[in-house]
Design a protein around this ligand. Structure first.
Ligand code: NAP
Length: 519
């Protein structure tokens, strides 16, 4: 059954011609973070695809784990859960640091004899155009060099996997006077390792997960750290990072132990953490646990009040830490809650006209999270733009994977598929399963492209509305919400198991063929 869809070109939007010089490939993967590396594994080992190219704008695989190198950067999900099921990370530690997580990704191709020849580094896809006649995509790239960008290769692909990530583009707020600051100023995701923080006065703007990992580390060496907090966050205790010697040995050496730990952690996350988004059974007890840690670690009542959140747990991405509150108690750390008025040459001035001097400013201010594919112009059927036309009423993708109007394209970690209560690698693996089913269906058809059905999207929208209506996600501002419209773009909002079930539905019910106009 086909879908009847108008493929006429809107005025002024001509389809890009397939150039003579273009490199043809069956599948083009955009990005080589966890999603892109996972796609590489699945393409070669599960789907038997030989002709594919992975384009990455950085000079290495790793995505956020390549770019975030600030002191204290770590993953607050156990490595056994934050890895792919056919390559469980054996690192015998409860929470891996950035080096270890990046090492896992860098080592994955070698462990599975994957062909690294598919990878193209320092190449940024800036335009993706669908060709209605041929049912294929043309991708234009820029070569990324130290001196800037130059026009790069053009690829023509039958299918595109967008693994471009969401926490990619650092967000630095525009603050009056920031250009006159005389010292170094940089974002957590662009850490300047040339700067020695020892004995310096450091200002940190923001108190999200990145800031709360960073602050305890730099407070040990800086002369003083001034933290500018706009909103306090929920902080849950993080169990000790170290395992006992027997568990350590078992996790390092036994695949059975790794699997067991993975399954246990999966169900614990689904049972305990996942219900908080819908204010389920564990929300109250976990808030109590967080408050208890706060009372124990922050005896100063005034400071405690300043860091007590006034929104329900789960509304923002919660924090797991056992050393953030103790860092606030140090003599060389000050928490400032007065709003920032301006930045001057020597420091930061708040609304009370108080100047606090700083040698270095760190922006721990998050990412452009709700502008998916920010620097990419994506045009689907009939030359319709994803951002201007298809997403006119808000950003959405079926299970974070499929888009109306973009045939033969699938995303990893598109809108609505983030989880704060489990492992985003597992969410991606569930999505890879769905993408595999889409590909099988596509290959079973002749002369057609594959696209999510309008009725599937209708059903998905109804379900998503219900998830959001029954959640705490509208109870505060967060990076999950579009800044202009307030639309909740993430997270998924239910358990990993529920997501697994959704991604394993019969694809014949949810996807349909799009006829190629050139055939
Ligand atoms: P974030 O959660 O978006 O936090 C940004 C912080 O900057 C917030 O405290 C925010 O305050 C503040 N801020 C933004 N604009 C500001 C302004 N104009 N003035 C003052 N403060 C401002 O960013 P993040 O900490 O980098 O974390 C982003 C995501 O990365 C996390 O949610 C998580 O998913 C991921 N992450 C994961 C791990 C891990 O261990 N797995 C570690 C780090 C990060 P408001 O709250 O008021 O907006």
């Amino acid at each position: 059954m086909g879908i009847s869809i108008d493929v006429s070109q809107p005025e002024g939007k001509k389809q890009m011609a397939t150039t003579e010089q273009a490199t043809r490939t069956d599948i083009l993967v955009v990005g080589s973070g966890f999603g892109g590396v996972g796609a590489h594994l699945y393409l070669e080992k599960e789907w038997g695809v030989k002709n594919f190219i992975i384009v990455e704008k950085e000079s290495n695989v790793g995505g956020i784990w390549w770019k975030n190198t600030y002191p204290g950067v770590a993953c607050d999900v156990p490595p056994q859960l934050y890895s792919y099921s056919r390559d469980i990370d054996p690192t015998p530690i409860r929470y891996p640091n950035q080096r270890s997580t990046l090492g896992y990704l860098e080592g994955l191709p070698g462990r599975h004899n994957l062909d690294r020849g598919h990878l193209r580094f320092n190449a940024r896809v800036y335009a993706l155009d669908y060709n209605d006649r041929m049912g294929e995509w043309t991708a234009k790239t820029k070569n990324v060099g130290t001196d800037g960008e130059t026009e790069g290769s053009v690829y023509v692909a039958k299918f595109v996997i967008l693994a471009a990530g969401q926490l990619d583009e650092p967000f630095v707020p525009g603050i009056i006077g920031q250009e006159v600051f005389q010292g170094p100023a940089f974002h957590t995701a662009r850490w300047d390792h040339d700067q020695d923080l020892r004995g310096k006065k450091v200002a940190v703007i923001g108190t999200g997960p990145s800031a709360t990992q960073l602050i305890p580390e730099i407070a040990k060496i800086a002369q003083n750290v001034t933290i500018y907090q706009r909103t306090p966050n929920w902080v849950l205790p993080r169990p000790s990072a170290e395992f006992g010697p027997i568990t350590k040995w078992a996790l390092k050496n036994s695949t059975k132990a790794q699997r067991l730990y993975r399954v246990g952690a999966y169900w614990l996350a689904d049972f305990l953490l996942s219900p908080i988004t819908s204010r389920g059974w564990s929300a109250g007890p976990l808030e109590w646990v967080a408050r208890r840690q706060l009372r124990k670690q922050v005896p100063d009542r005034a400071l405690r009040e300043k860091v007590t959140p006034d929104f329900p747990l789960g509304c923002k991405r919660f924090i797991l830490s056992q050393d953030y509150y103790p860092a606030l108690m140090r003599g060389n750390v000050e928490l400032v809650t007065d709003p920032i008025k301006e930045i001057v040459a020597t420091g930061i001035v708040t609304d009370t006209n108080t100047l606090r001097e700083a040698d270095i400013i760190v922006y721990a201010t998050g990412f452009h999270t709700t502008e998916f594919y920010k620097n990419m112009d994506i045009r689907g059927r009939g030359g319709r733009s994803l951002k201007e036309d298809i997403w006119e009423n808000g950003q959405e993708a079926y299970l974070g994977v499929a888009f109306e109007g973009l045939p033969n394209l699938a995303a990893l970690h598109g809108p609505g598929s983030f989880t704060a209560a489990g492992s985003n690698v597992i969410m991606k693996e569930h999505q890879l399963h769905l993408i595999g089913n889409m590909l099988k269906l596509l290959w079973s058809w002749k002369n057609a492209a594959i696209e999510v059905l309008p009725e599937t999207m209708e059903r998905y929208r109804r379900e998503r509305d219900e998830i959001i209506r029954n959640s705490v996600l509208l109870g505060c501002d967060s990076w999950y919400r579009d800044k202009q419209t307030g639309q909740v773009v993430n997270p998924y909002g239910r358990s990993m198991w529920s997501f697994r079930r959704q991604t394993r539905r019969n694809p014949r019910e949810d996807f349909g063929p799009i006829s190629l106009t050139g055939e």
